[in-house]
Design a protein around this ligand. Structure first.
Ligand code: ADP
Ligand code: MG
Length: 479
């Protein structure tokens, strides 16, 4: 009997606001413990929360980006539970009426495109942190994170494999960065996923799920789901039953462990927060936010395929981030669309490799789009070989902000290819005269002799002959 895997993800994206969701304290990561927690975050008596417009706007942007309904009235609710890093004894969240309802995200998997439906996205505050290390058996509480704005994004149980779950998480990660609502820094916990996993026999109702908490890398997400699926299948096949519970992934052992039995909504005693009025968003606000939205990755991907005749793969890679895609488009604006494929190859090849090597983002690239465009124009018109172009890219990279143009660097390094037909014909004639034996062999049907002649010509030109032209002219000369 085959098993079907069912996965729904809940993702917490930390919103990129300067201040917290209900107070004016800073959200900057990494400050000394408890230096960024104000009276509201500490829950001192008599203080009142005030909702941060910036955080609300992030949620609106997200809702628009996934084509969801933005509720013009939503409600903040108290989710009550006790934990030392939650000073109020409740978390302000949204429950019955979230700000964003529905919507969907398209993902690319090995077997093609798939639509993942979203249930909702709601605003809430983060809790503080309990620090169990370095305290000789004691636990320290850091409330800097308390009150940091989060958008919790919940999917329908639509995914059917760890691969699909990772593809969704990656697409969501790219999207929140693209629309600039979250920095996506997974090490710092700005983007973390909870995976709900169950298995069922094909055609049956949904099985009992377990929720694996706080997966902060795509690899952990994949490993945790794979382990959990295997655990549940073995359990059921051995006659056992999956119990609904919250589990933790241990990356060192590659396994999930039970943390606590799953609480019900009623355990949290949700009720509307009397300190906060209903969140009202008028149409004018939504229209203004819509107006400020960049073109979305999906739309840009399709446009690159249509406008620039790029393969789907290239278009998907180029739209990995908005800055990257914009840089590419700047290059092509200068080179012209017929150089789009060469530009894509350079962006996805040498440029990406250099960015990875230097561990920098495209925003900090030392080579301007105009310089890369000039490089590509020179490759296209035969002035530069690929090898010469690589050398120049390197040079441009090392001499950031150089005022030298690509043409000047080509001249300075003597990288100009010989593309002049007359000059090439002269070199070819000399080489043929000097190697009569190879010419004989070629005429006698030995294909290899052709390559050896090409080698001689490249050598005679000190590597500067345009190889494509050499091929063509040599064939002619041998006829
Ligand atoms: P809770 O209120 O406990 O968070 P929800 O009903 O909101 O539960 O669901 C949370 C997540 O679990 C959603 O992403 C949903 O798609 C997913 N989910 C629900 N049922 C299942 C199931 N049987 N198997 C896998 N995922 C599920
Ligand atoms: Mg939930």
């Amino acid at each position: 009997m085959t098993w079907e895997i069912v996965i729904g993800l809940e993702t917490h994206a930390q919103l990129a606001t300067q201040s917290k969701i209900f107070s004016g304290a800073s959200t900057t990561f990494g400050a000394e413990p408890n230096t960024q927690a104000c009276a509201v975050d500490l829950a001192l008596p008599g203080v009142l929360p005030v909702a941060n417009r910036g955080a609300i706007e992030c949620a609106i942007r997200f809702g628009l980006a996934i084509d969801a309904t933005i509720n013009t009235t939503s409600v903040f609710a108290r989710k009550n539970y006790f934990y030392p890093d939650l000073p109020k004894g409740y978390q302000i969240s949204q429950y019955e009426i979230p700000i964003v309802l529905g919507g969907s995200l398209t993902i690319q998997t090995k077997s093609g495109e798939k639509t993942v439906h979203l249930t909702r996205a709601h605003l809430e505050e983060d809790a503080g942190k309990s620090l169990h290390e370095d305290f000789h058996g004691m636990t320290g509480i850091d409330l800097n994170r308390a009150g940091t704005p989060l958008l919790e994004i919940v999917t329908e149980p639509d995914m059917r494999s760890a691969e699909e779950a990772v593809a969704y998480a990656r697409a969501l990660h790219a999207l929140v960065r693209w629309i600039d609502i979250c920095d996506g820094n997974m090490q710092e916990g700005s983007f973390r996923c909870d995976a709900n996993v169950s298995v069922r026999r094909v055609g049956e109702l949904l099985g009992t799920r377990c929720e694996i908490k706080n997966l902060n890398s795509f690899r952990f997400l994949e490993k945790a789901i794979e382990f959990e699926v295997q655990r549940q299948i073995e359990l059921i096949e051995d006659g056992g039953k999956v119990v609904q519970e919250t589990r933790l992934f241990d990356p060192d052992r590659g396994e999930t462990r039970s943390m606590r039995s799953k609480e019900d909504a009623q355990d949290y005693r949700y009720f509307p927060d009397p300190d906060l009025p209903p969140l009202v968003i008028d149409d004018a606000w939504i229209a203004r936010v819509k107006n400020e939205m960049p073109e979305l990755p999906e739309a840009m991907r399709r446009r690159l395929i249509l406008d620039h005749a790029l393969p789907e793969y290239d278009a998907a890679q180029l739209t990995y981030s908005l800055d990257f895609a914009r840089y590419f488009e700047e290059v092509v604006t200068i080179t012209g669309k017929d150089a789009a494929k060469i530009a894509a190859n350079w962006m996805l090849g040498d440029v990406s490799a250099a960015l990875n090597r230097e561990e920098i983002e495209i925003a900090d690239i030392p080579v301007s789009s105009a310089q890369l465009a000039e490089l590509i124009i020179n490759i296209k018109n035969g002035t530069l070989s690929n090898k010469g172009a690589k050398e120049i890219l390197q040079k441009l990279w090392e001499n950031a902000n150089t005022s030298a143009s690509v043409a000047e660097i080509i001249a300075e390094l003597g990288l100009q290819q010989i593309s002049d037909v007359g000059a090439l014909e002269k070199i070819i004639a000399d080489v043929l005269a000097a190697h009569p034996a190879a010419v004989e062999e070629y005429r006698a049907g030995k294909e290899k002799a052709f390559n050896s002649l090409v080698g001689q010509i490249m050598k005679a030109s000190r590597g500067k002959a345009n190889p494509a032209q050499v091929n063509e002219l040599l064939k002619k000369a041998l006829q």
